[in-house]
Design a protein around this ligand. Structure first.
Ligand code: ATP
Ligand code: MG
Length: 592
């Protein structure tokens, strides 16, 4: 009898992430990671006297577990330091963004357990201010209108090893630039015909400093500003100033923005406005998973999954539908910590976190996925008795329930072997096992289909003296199996999931193929008629259980009053605990 994944080294892992030393400015985070250390340093040195962070999603897709890392970090740090965290939509690209995503993102953040209070902002709120600042830079001779096409701009930019060339429009007068820029805003020019560029240095070793584009002409309505604008700021022009406007102290972002930092600092300095501190950390990558929004969109659009909330998706809504709890996701984000170097986290750790959480709170029930009939020949026909079953051995306060027992049961096909292989201790002819919460039963034989030879029924006798699971004469059995009463059980559809990809690194493909070649064709297995004990009847979507010996399961919203649908959240087999154990053994061996 496996009772759940509670053989874990989590104490050790957690204690490694626990704070040490004397807190300063934060009650629980000194020494935890380089970001928190940097913040503590800033508070000590007086660079900042409070902490204000933000989570800045672009509303062009649904949030995934990587975003959860950033959310936990930004909102978590604000909480720990008694500061604030804003939600800010970086909505500078009207053609890809949508209010549908805005609402979904808000819902997902709330579900994760975080609150931006009254501070939900949009980069588009700052379009007018950004425009005014752009004029300011033009007047200072630090920005110019350029007529090169996007292709030409790329061509002029040079490479990592060669300097760029100056645009022929670079030395327009302030008056001409102002006039053209205002006419760009007024909609006088076709899309893509002109840009506003910062005038920095075409020979700068950092390519991003070679006169980056600040505005492009896009004749498209925006989901918030409607038709008010036909020039839109680039992300690089909007992002740092948005942080500045909101008085963000620590602008925490992923590593790819490290090279953008000099540009952000240049803008802030030229404008002479408040300067946040940017700190970069490595994005989360997970084995057997893709995380880019573009790829997730492809999985949805090309029909590999059923939607953004498919339980196989690494999206917050996918994980939620699968049965993940916000607590487990937050725990995961805390355990992975933050680092300066790109790495890949084993998905087994994520699974470990949900197992840990559900082990504590999911009620246990019995369910049979691949049923075979077990007939107890010496049990009275038509009799039903109710056996007391413990709801959660980890939590006595969850009480007990009554499970109906009768002459004909279902057990797992797997729990019977006509010819048992070595070390197989479950039911086989002549062998006695315990029925969970019930009696000892001894197999007396099988009934087979005369044509196919397939086993239709397993027959047994029970020992009434063993009620509750122990024999008064002290005899032992080597296995306990689960069961449901055939006359009382409910039927349900059960969806079992495997990883979406067959390889830990989906990009590990032969030349000429792409990541889609690694999509697992068997990531979903549907069991149409599983048999489940009647206590689950009527459970609303989102209810989580442990099906004893089979894993944790969650009621899917596809359920109807007639038929429940369950998703398997995770099995009971804790791969992460195994990996940790192996590592520990290696370390002990190494130390010896
Ligand atoms: P794309 O997938 O197109 O690269 P994105 O992941 O950058 O987009 P955003 O909406 O811009 O999407 O992300 C919002 C915030 O979440 C950003 O601060 C970003 O750095 C952070 N973030 C995104 N992906 C991850 C990840 N895998 N790990 C940690 N943080 C992430
Ligand atoms: Mg981004």
């Amino acid at each position: 009898m496996t009772d759940g994944g509670n053989i874990t080294p989590e104490k050790k892992i957690q204690s490694e992430a626990q704070p040490t030393g004397t807190p300063s400015g934060c009650d629980s985070c000194e020494g935890t990671d380089f970001i928190r250390e940097a913040i503590i340093e800033d508070l000590k040195s007086g660079r900042f006297d409070h902490v204000h962070t933000r989570f800045p999603p672009e509303p062009n897709g649904y949030l995934h577990i990587g975003h959860a890392k950033s959310i936990c970090l930004n909102f978590g740090i604000a909480q720990e330091f008694g500061g604030k965290c804003n939600l800010r939509f970086d909505d500078t690209n009207p053609t890809k963004e949508d209010t549908e995503y805005v609402e979904a993102i808000k819902e997902d953040i709330r579900w994760l357990g975080f609150d931006w209070e009254d501070r939900c902002y949009y980069a588009s709120d700052y379009f007018e201010q950004l425009y005014q600042w752009a004029e300011e830079l033009i007047k200072k001779g630090k920005a110019y209108v350029c007529d090169l096409s996007p292709d030409e701009i790329r061509e002029y930019r040079g490479t990592l090893t060669e300097p760029g060339r100056e645009s022929p429009y670079r030395n327009r007068s302030v008056e001409e630039n102002l006039d053209l820029f205002r006419r760009m805003r007024a909609g006088e020019f076709p899309e893509g015909s002109r840009t506003l560029r910062a005038k920095i240095d075409m020979a700068h070793p950092n390519v991003l400093m070679r006169d980056p584009v600040m505005y492009r002409i896009i004749h498209a309505p925006h989901h918030r500003t409607g038709n008010k604008w036909c020039i839109y700021p680039t992300y690089d022009w909007a992002h740092g100033q948005s942080d500045s406007i909101e008085g963000i102290t620590h602008s925490i972002c992923t590593l790819e923005f490290e090279v953008h930092r000099p540009l952000y600092e240049w803008f802030i300095k030229e404008l002479g406005i408040y300067a946040p501190r940017q700190i970069e950390f490595a994005r989360l990558n997970l084995t057997y998973t893709v995380m880019s929004k573009r790829r997730l969109l492809q999985l949805v659009q090309e029909g590999y999954v059923r939607g953004w909330d498919d339980p196989r998706m690494p999206t917050i809504r996918g994980l939620r539908r699968r049965g993940y709890t916000p607590e487990a996701i937050r725990d995961f984000c805390q355990r992975i910590g933050v680092s300066k170097y790109d790495g890949v986290v084993d998905i087994a750790l994520l699974e470990h976190c949900i197992r840990e959480d559900l082990n504590k709170r999911a009620p246990r029930v019995m369910a049979v996925l691949r049923p075979i009939k077990l007939v107890i020949d010496n049990y009275p026909d038509g009799q039903t008795e109710y056996l007391e079953a413990v709801n959660n051995p980890e939590d006595p306060s969850m009480g007990t329930r009554q499970v109906p027992f009768s002459k004909v049961l279902y057990i797992e096909e797997d729990d019977f072997r006509e010819v048992p292989p070595p070390k197989y201790y479950r039911l086989s002819p002549g062998r006695e096992v315990r029925l969970r919460w019930g009696y000892f039963v001894k197999c007396t034989g099988v009934v087979k289909d005369p044509q196919t030879g397939r086993i239709l029924e397993v027959h047994c006798t029970y020992d009434p003296a063993t009620k509750g699971g122990n024999a008064p004469d002290g005899r032992k059995v080597k296995a306990t199996i689960h069961w449901v009463s055939a006359a009382h059980c409910v039927e349900a559809e059960v969806r079992l999931y495997d990883y979406l990809f067959t390889k830990p690194d989906p990009d590990d493909v032969p030349e000429g193929m792409d990541w889609r070649a690694n999509i697992n064709p068997n990531s979903l297995e549907v069991i149409p008629n599983a048999k489940i004990e009647p206590s689950v009847q009527g459970a609303p979507a989102g209810t989580r259980y442990q099906f004893e010996r089979l894993g944790y399961f969650c009621v899917d919203p596809d359920s109807t009053p007639e038929k429940l649908v369950f998703n398997r959240t995770v099995t009971l087999k804790d791969e992460w605990a195994k990996i940790q154990k192996k590592l520990e053994n290696q370390q002990t061996a190494g130390a010896a």
